[in-house]
Design a protein around this ligand. Structure first.
Ligand code: NI
Length: 175
């Protein structure tokens, strides 16, 4: 079922979400998250964005000729994630968010990291990633700690409405 996505200002987006303990209850949540993300053409979605304070994120970006610069990211369900940066190196890039619709900001993120967590069946997995994949994971996991990307922008002149920042451009998906 497609669920409404909470928007910045809703206090539920500032809460810290709690770990999943019972995987039996997740099925409906994951269906709703996938439906909602697909409906909005998102690159990722975190459970608190639909008002569920659990440490569950989904993300994935398929190659799209409209956005040749965007690296594909495999469709992933990540539960109770742990992020481990592999160096101090940061990289800035544009981000959008379904909870901050119509806007983009220039956000620093770790360039390389390892992430681990559980899949939807409760099996542990880990990946070492960099670049856009690493950015998407950091953005989603921030949602679980009540952090939205505008809070990480260093130069607020690089935060604004899509039409003003990128007139006439068609932009990659928000997450
Ligand atoms: Ni987001």
């Amino acid at each position: 079922m497609i669920r409404p996505v909470l928007r910045m200002g809703d206090p539920r987006l500032w809460q810290k979400s709690r770990p999943v303990e019972n995987f039996g209850d997740l099925k409906g949540l994951l269906v709703d998250m996938r439906d909602t993300m697909a409906h909005l053409n998102g690159a990722g979605l975190a459970a608190p964005q639909i008002g569920v304070p659990l440490r569950v994120v989904i993300f994935g970006v398929t190659a799209n000729p409209r956005y040749p610069d965007i690296e594909p990211v495999p469709d992933t369900v990540l539960i109770n994630p742990v992020l481990t940066p592999l160096s101090d190196e940061m990289e800035e890039g544009w981000e959008g968010c379904l909870s901050v619709p119509g806007m983009r900001g220039w956000v620093p993120r770790y360039r390389r990291l390892m992430y681990s967590g559980l899949d939807e069946h409760g099996s542990k997995f880990e990946r070492t990633v960099d670049g856009f994949h690493a950015r998407v994971v950091q953005h989603e996991v921030d949602h679980l700690d009540g952090v939205l990307y505008p809070m990480r922008i260093r130069d607020l002149t690089k935060f604004g409405f899509n039409e003003e920042l990128f007139p006439g451009a068609s932009l990659p998906p928000e997450d």
